[in-house]
Design a protein around this ligand. Structure first.
Ligand SMILES: Cc1cc2nc3c(=O)[nH]c(=O)nc-3n(C[C@H](O)[C@H](O)[C@H](O)COP(=O)(O)OP(=O)(O)OC[C@H]3O[C@@H](n4cnc5c(N)ncnc54)[C@H](O)[C@@H]3O)c2cc1C
Length: 289
């Protein structure tokens, strides 16, 4: 599949400026992400609309691309979204990166989910009328499953660790691959503050009910009375995951998405548990603290 559909010449520049302002490493060096280097990146303008709330202060929205938009994306990739002429602006800019939460089958519709904050970018997400044009560039990133999934064995689990809104790339991956690779064991661990803030709670429950090869463990950090039976309280640790996965844990591939601090602490912990760097794949959502 072609991997790129659109890009803007000013995106790397904007991202570098972000990097300088925020004193972070340059955009193109972060988290193992690379722009797809085919040299054939393009740009497009899609039409925005809100889908609805999927958790507390967590909005799902979609962008319909022009039907003639070429190529597609691989589940796990992200795009850069930029308001064309926003009603509200601030010094943080009109563009953000978002993992695609929908599947390639839904093309040319792309869906996303985000936590609302008080930034101008997010205020526009809350207010913009359906059909507002937005620039979309990408897709970017290599947070994707290996192509050799078909030959994977039952003792080679694929493990996903989603911190909060970090669930978005996994939603795309799971919806796309779960049925296709029914003999591959998938493990999804999510961690959120409380039940209200778990994105796609019902959908994930349904997914694991309907797919015997998906083990789901959802953990909330704040103790709550009347916690549903399928949820757990506490802190997600590698030991906790390894116990759930069992002996085959050491053969697994581990994918981590969420805030940079969550991703980095899990990466360190998994390295400490003697997993090799090739087994650890990370998708830090820069822009979140
Ligand atoms: C690969 C990737 C995938 C992402 N996927 C999602 C997703 O699915 N859902 C989601 O909610 N968020 C996602 N994010 C984070 C998203 O891009 C926003 O940064 C985040 O939503 C916070 O935006 P804000 O307007 O609420 O925050 P603000 O309070 O405006 O803070 C964002 C701050 O970070 C800076 N910034 C923005 N983007 C970057 C960047 N790439 N590098 C460095 N600084 C930056 C801005 O200049 C701003 O100062 C992703 C980020 C990356 C890099």
């Amino acid at each position: 599949m072609g991997r790129c559909f659109q890009t803007f010449s000013n995106v790397p520049l904007l991202a570098k400026i972000y990097g300088m302002i925020r004193s972070k490493p340059p955009y193109y060096m972060r988290g193992g992400h690379h722009r797809n280097g085919s040299g054939s990146q393009m740009e497009t303008v899609g039409l925005f609309s809100r889908t609805g709330f999927i958790a507390e202060r967590t909005l799902m929205f979609r962008i319909v691309l022009p039907p003639e938009t070429r190529d597609g994306f691989e589940p796990g990739q992200y795009v850069h979204i930029e308001w064309e002429s926003p009603e509200i602006t601030d010094e943080k800019g009109n563009g953000r990166d978002f993992s695609i939460a929908s599947t390639p089958e839904e093309w040319p519709v792309l869906s996303f989910a985000t936590r609302l904050t008080d930034s101008a970018f997010k205020a526009n997400l809350e207010r913009a009328a359906d059909g507002t044009p937005v620039k979309v560039s990408g897709p970017y990133g290599e947070f994707t499953l290996p192509s050799a999934m078909g030959t994977r064995k039952w003792d080679q689990p694929v493990v996903f660790i989603a911190g909060g809104i970090g669930i978005t790339p996994f939603r795309s991956i799971l919806r796309h691959y779960l049925g296709k690779y029914s003999s591959v064991p998938f493990f999804l661990f999510t961690t959120n503050r409380n039940v209200r803030s778990i994105p796609f709670l019902e959908e994930l429950r349904e997914m694991s009910k309907n797919n015997k090869n998906l083990f789901l463990e959802q953990i909330v950090s704040q103790p709550e009375p009347d916690l549903p039976l399928d949820l757990e309280t506490g802190i997600l640790t590698p030991d906790r995951m390894f116990e759930a996965i069992g002996e085959r844990a050491k053969n697994g591939d581990y994918y981590i998405a969420g805030t940079p601090s969550l991703v980095s602490s899990f990466t360190t912990a998994l390295q400490g548990a003697r997993l090799s760097p090739e087994q650890i794949h990370s998708d830090p959502f820069f822009g979140y603290i």
